[in-house]
Design a protein around this ligand. Structure first.
Ligand code: COA
Ligand code: MG
Length: 289
């Protein structure tokens, strides 16, 4: 799996911000045609993203394009504007049903076949951010084309009539449901945005908490958020050393015939070993081990 610790939204009609995003060393750049773009700038966004995909070198950053929701009336022109330039992936917002994924998946596959590209070379990622989307998570997450689920807290709160708070308990059920569904189907799970982009400590805290919940990455909206978020989703040296020690001790005890044992005064058995292996896997995708 590739690292998707931070997914930066860039308004698709803003060439300056797109160029700026290339300098940030961010794992994913998502050029937006949806809510980051005014209704009278949608055509400009399509053309600007198409040009950026043709002209700019994104280095190691993943090149994503977010279209408007399937059913909005804008989605066909959006996806047709970007597919010929082979983005690494398409992001679809406000997904509520498997049929919407099927529509996008059909468009993507047709473009792949028409251009002689390998099928599945363009990935598909969806924003889970409405009440109906959360209720239909299982049918959505099990679609074979999908690569990641994104949790949209602001839209979800608006969808159920909740008021957003700093503690985020009003969205906790949905936040937890998305990470569970992603894990059940082997997908990346990308956590909510911290909209208060001047408060670096806050985005760091929220990213660390997202990582504790099992999220593999987080959406971001500003260059200031790249470093704290990518750090929060990269295990530090201490965590890696501890995980290695735990896995080694487990292997030794297994060989001696004991499934559970004590390490530093704590009981260790299979779930803790799996957690340690998750830490090592995260360190590996982040290029650390
Ligand atoms: N991607 C790339 N560059 C960005 C950026 C982004 N998301 N947000 C800001 N920048 C750039 C600015 O252009 C500016 O560049 P400069 O110094 O070369 O002029 C620099 O970073 C500092 O930006 P700043 O002045 O602090 O912020 P701003 O007032 O220009 O922009 C926002 C604030 C919120 C409008 C902007 O961050 C943004 O558009 N974010 C994404 C919004 C979005 O896509 N929302 C939909 C998905 S949730
Ligand atoms: Mg949204």
């Amino acid at each position: 799996m590739r690292a998707r610790r931070a997914l930066l939204y860039v308004p698709g009609d803003d060439r300056h911000k797109i160029e700026k995003s290339l300098t940030l060393g961010v794992d994913c750049i998502c050029m937006d045609m949806e809510d980051g773009v005014a209704l009278n700038r949608k055509a400009e966004a399509r053309a600007t993203i198409a040009r950026a995909l043709q002209e700019l070198d994104f280095g190691r950053s993943e090149r994503l394009a977010r279209i408007n929701p399937v059913g909005s009336g804008l989605e066909k022109d959006d996806i047709e504007a970007v597919l010929p330039h082979h983005p690494d992936g398409i992001v679809i917002p406000k997904i509520e049903s498997p049929e919407q994924i099927q529509w996008a998946s059909g468009k993507i596959e047709a473009a792949e076949l028409a251009n002689g590209w390998p099928v599945n070379s363009i990935r598909l990622i969806v924003d889970m951010e409405t009440a109906r989307g959360i209720l239909n998570l299982k049918e959505i997450a099990s679609h074979s084309r999908l690569d990641a689920l994104i949790f949209g807290a602001e839209d979800f709160a608006a969808s159920v009539g909740a008021t957003r708070t700093a503690e985020a308990w009003e969205v906790f059920y949905a936040r937890s449901a998305v990470v569970t569904a992603a894990s059940a189907y082997g997908l990346h799970a990308i956590d909510m945005v911290t909209i208060d982009f001047r408060d670096i400590e806050r985005v760091r805290r929220e990213a660390e908490y997202g990582a504790l919940l099992g999220y593999t990455g987080k959406q971001i909206i500003h260059p200031n958020q790249v470093a704290p978020v990518q750090e929060a989703f990269t295990p530090d040296d201490e965590a890696i050393a501890h995980a290695r020690r735990l896995v080694e001790a487990f292997d030794e005890h297994q060989a001696k015939g004991s499934g559970a044992f004590a390490l530093d005064g704590k009981m260790i058995d299979m779930p803790l070993v799996k957690a340690a292996q998750n830490v090592l896997a995260r360190a590996h995708t982040a290029g650390k081990v």
